[in-house]
Unconditional design. Structure first.
Length: 253
C-alpha cells in the first residue's frame, strides 16, 4: 500500500504523462507551434532520447522560424533552425528508418539553406535529396516527403544551366543531374492526392505548372486554395502568396 501510494504521488509530482503531453502537442502543433513546442520540450526534459518528441519539436521550431524574414530577425531565425536541426538529427539517429524524422530533418535543412552561401546550399541540397528518398522508401504515402522531393526537383530545375554545371562539377552536387520537371510535377501531384486539403501542396504544384507555362492548370490549383481551411499557422502566408501568383498569371493572359 505504501509503495503504491508513493508511486501515485511520484506520478503526480512528475506532471502530465508523456503520452498526454505528446497528444496535446500534436493537437496544438498546426496553429500554435510555440505552445506545442513547450509540450515536446517537456517530454525531452525527462527523456532527451524520445524520437517522436525530437522530430515534432524540430518541426515546431521550423514553423516558428518561417515568419522571421526581416534582417533584424535573422539571428532569431538561425537560432530556431539550429535547434530544430539538432532535434531532427537526434531523431534520425534514434530512428533511422522513421519517415517523419527523416522528413523533419529535410524540412529544417531546406529552410536553413535559404540563407546560406552557394557551397553550403549545394551540400544541404544533396542531403535533403537523400533524406526525402529515404523517407519515401520508409513510407511511400508520406505527403510531406513527396512534397520535399518535388520541391527539391523544382528548385534545382530553376537554376540556370551554368549554375547546375557549377554545382555538379565544382561544388560536389552531382545528384543535381537527377532533377527533372517531370519528377517535380509527379511528386507534388502525388502529395496533393494524398492530402488534398494541404494549401502548401497546391501552391507549390501551381508554381511548377506556372514555370512550365501550363497557366490554366496552375490557375486551377491556386483557385482551389480559396476553399481550403487553414490547418497550420503558415497557411495565411501561403494563401496570400497564392493570391499574388494568381494575379500575376492573370496579367499574363
Amino acid at each position: 500500500m505504501i509503495t503504491y501510494a508513493f508511486a501515485v504521488l511520484h506520478a503526480l509530482a512528475q506532471g502530465p504523462s508523456r503520452d498526454s503531453l505528446l497528444a496535446e502537442g500534436v493537437r496544438l502543433a498546426g496553429m500554435e507551434p510555440a505552445a506545442a513546442l513547450v509540450r515536446f520540450e517537456t517530454i525531452l526534459a525527462r527523456d532527451s532520447l524520445d524520437p517522436a518528441a525530437n522530430w515534432r519539436a524540430a518541426i515546431a521550431l521550423n514553423d516558428l522560424a518561417l515568419p522571421l524574414t526581416r534582417k533584424a530577425e535573422r539571428a532569431r531565425r538561425d537560432s530556431l533552425l539550429a535547434r530544430g536541426q539538432r532535434n531532427a538529427r537526434r531523431a534520425v539517429r534514434l530512428a533511422p528508418g522513421n519517415a517523419p524524422a527523416l522528413f523533419a530533418l529535410g524540412l529544417v535543412l531546406g529552410n536553413t539553406a535559404l540563407t546560406r552561401g552557394t557551397k553550403e546550399k549545394v551540400r544541404m541540397a544533396t542531403e535533403i535529396h537523400s533524406l526525402a528518398l529515404r523517407a519515401i522508401a520508409a513510407d511511400s504515402t508520406h505527403d510531406g516527403a513527396l512534397h520535399l522531393l518535388g520541391r527539391w526537383n523544382y528548385e534545382v530545375m530553376r537554376l540556370s544551366g551554368f549554375e547546375r554545371f557549377i554545382a555538379k562539377s565544382i561544388l560536389g552536387g552531382g545528384v543535381f543531374g537527377q532533377a527533372s520537371w517531370e519528377e517535380a510535377r509527379r511528386d507534388l501531384e502525388r502529395a496533393v492526392s494524398l492530402d488534398p486539403e494541404r494549401i502548401y501542396h497546391h501552391l507549390d504544384l501551381a508554381r511548377i505548372l506556372a514555370a512550365r507555362n501550363e497557366t490554366a492548370a496552375a490557375r486551377s490549383e491556386l483557385q482551389r486554395i480559396a476553399g481550403l481551411p487553414n490547418r497550420v499557422a503558415a497557411d495565411s502566408t501561403y494563401r496570400r502568396e497564392a493570391v499574388e501568383l494568381l494575379a500575376k498569371l492573370e496579367k499574363q493572359d
